[in-house]
Write a protein that binds this ligand. Structure first.
Ligand SMILES: *Cc1c(COP(=O)(O)O)cnc(C)c1O
Length: 230
């Protein structure tokens, strides 16, 4: 099932790239494997997928130990400062930085481990009450502060768009993220290069690709519905 789903997702990505006159190579598919068993991840791996996203530190670390070394793990979920120490060294990109305190915790741990950590700033583009992430107006000031940290590299922006029936409703939020990236890059802040736009999930990744997403995070569309009650 995973292999067939991946083929369908791949076709849709390619079609969206064509509509937007973009190269397929500009878009990285992050297979969101949270709550899913190692066997399903292995099936995706065997179909050629190497980039996986998890939203819990403990789950990511457990799967990291069980699965092949050449997987690139992305942390896409809300991150608590006291868990940072378990994560550094196991993930290639953290998508969900939304405070200076969290960035400071990452800086401290990265310095201790003598490594550099690549991050995205999470933006609550629709300014929903219930969501994590920065308001659009907070992004540039925080980017300027985090730019001072020698062991953190800001690589881009991430957003989780609202849940909607019609993916067209989210187009404006993807445009907001793209515009924010342009604005930040125009400031030419040392150590900040916003090249990654992580936006679009199962319901809206085609629209996100049309609007410039360079990373899409697809879970349900690859692995099927999640069951949180098991
Ligand atoms: C779960 C999750 C996804 C994937 O959602 P689907 O709708 O299943 O594709 C993407 N991004 C984040 C941050 C998530 O937590």
């Amino acid at each position: 099932m995973v292999r067939e789903n991946l083929e369908l997702v791949e076709q849709k990505i390619q079609a969206a790239c064509q509509r937007a006159h973009r190269e397929r190579s500009e878009v990285t598919l992050v297979a969101v494997s949270k709550t899913k068993p190692v066997s399903m991840i292995q099936e995706a791996y065997d179909s050629g997928i190497r980039v996986f996203g998890e939203n819990k530190v403990q789950e990511l670390c457990g799967k990291y130990d069980l699965l092949p070394d050449d997987i690139q793990w992305h942390m896409i979920g809300h991150l608590q400062r006291n868990k940072v120490k378990y994560l550094i060294g196991k993930t290639v990109l953290i998508h969900s930085i939304d405070s200076l305190r969290l960035a400071q915790a990452i800086q401290d741990e990265a310095a201790k481990k003598k490594t550099i950590v690549d991050i995205l700033l999470e933006v609550n583009a629709a300014e929903e009450e219930s969501k994590f992430g920065l308001a659009p107006s907070e992004v540039l000031p925080l980017a300027e502060q985090i730019a001072q940290f020698p062991n953190i590299r800001i690589k881009g922006l991430m957003t989780v768009a609202p849940f909607t029936e019609d993916p067209e409703d989210n187009r404006k939020y993807f445009r907001t993220l793209k515009q924010l990236a342009v604005d930040i890059n125009d400031k030419n802040i040392d150590n900040v290069h916003v090249n990654i736009l992580s936006m679009g999930m199962t319901n809206d990744y085609e629209v996100a690709v049309e609007e410039g997403a360079t990373m899409i995070r697809v879970g349900t569309g690859i692995f099927g519905e999640r069951d949180y009650h098991v």
